[in-house]
Design a binder for this molecule. Structure first.
Ligand code: HEC
Length: 137
């Protein structure tokens, strides 16, 4: 009982903060995010035009999904773009939790194919990384 309360309390607190702050995802720490970006950099460069396994994340904030030049995306990206997916901070924070699930929900399917299989479950980590990406623009 004690232990389960401990596990739930931070989640409940984060939720309460999210509800009261208006912008649930504005809370990231860019300095921490810069360090945490090493979880992305094996596959993503921040340099314009430099695609690795994944597309360059240069100026990714505010960009329509699936539009980095010269990168061959999974088909679901064209569909998501057509349906209006733009990588604002909130969208990115949500996407990173479970990319395939996020894209499937966005295009209204049960399941989709996508090449980014990594999931980042920790909200704080995602917020920090997105804050870092925002700080570069
Ligand atoms: C193991 C490799 C890998 C890692 C690690 C990874 N990604 Fe990706 N990412 C990809 C691939 C591959 C795609 C393209 C997916 C597709 O076409 O299905 C992608 C797509 C994306 C997109 C969509 C880009 C666009 O142009 O629409 C974003 C945003 C993104 N990743 C952010 C991140 C962030 C931030 C991290 C770190 C927290 C990360 N990724 C970690 C491989 C990775």
């Amino acid at each position: 009982m004690k232990n389960s309360f401990k596990a739930i309390a931070p989640v409940a607190l984060a939720f309460a903060v999210a509800l009261t702050s208006g912008n649930a995802f504005a809370a990231g720490d860019a300095a921490k995010g810069e360090k945490a970006f090493k979880r992305c950099s094996a596959c993503h460069s921040l340099e314009e035009g430099k695609n690795k396994v994944g597309p360059s994340l240069h100026n990714i904030i505010g960009r329509t999904a699936g539009t980095v030049d010269g990168y061959k995306y999974s088909d679901v990206f064209a569909e998501a773009a057509e349906k209006g997916l733009v990588w604002e901070p909130d969208q990115l924070v949500a996407y990173l939790e479970d990319p395939k699930k996020y894209l499937a929900a966005f295009v209204g399917k049960d399941k989709v194919r996508s090449k980014m299989a990594n999931k980042f479950k920790k909200l704080e980590l995602r917020q920090d990384i997105v804050a870092y990406l925002e700080s570069l623009q």
